[in-house]
Write a protein of this length. Sequence first.
Length: 109
Amino acid sequence: MKTSPPEYLEEDNLSEVCKKLLSTLPKEKGWLGSYAYNYQGFWLPIKFLQAQDSGVIVVTTPKSETTWLKSLLFALVNQVKHPIFEPNHPLLVKNPHLLVPFLENPLLY
């Protein structure tokens, strides 16, 4: 009895942009029956290459107040979890670069 991979691993429901990106990436057959793609040095199943409704992407250029932007983003997203007048608010004790995950992609001109 052959089982099919879970729906979130299927590659039939992808947008054209995602299909175009996947066609450029190296791939290997995964152990669940779908492919794993090498994206920026990491082997990922297709589910990790799809956008989520809860995702926030902020793009900045070097020297454009990235630290302030990360601070504002963290404060907005976590305003319920960390009220602004909390004595040990994470922004008072940690660097914003440690609180907000980032991807760095060098652009070649």
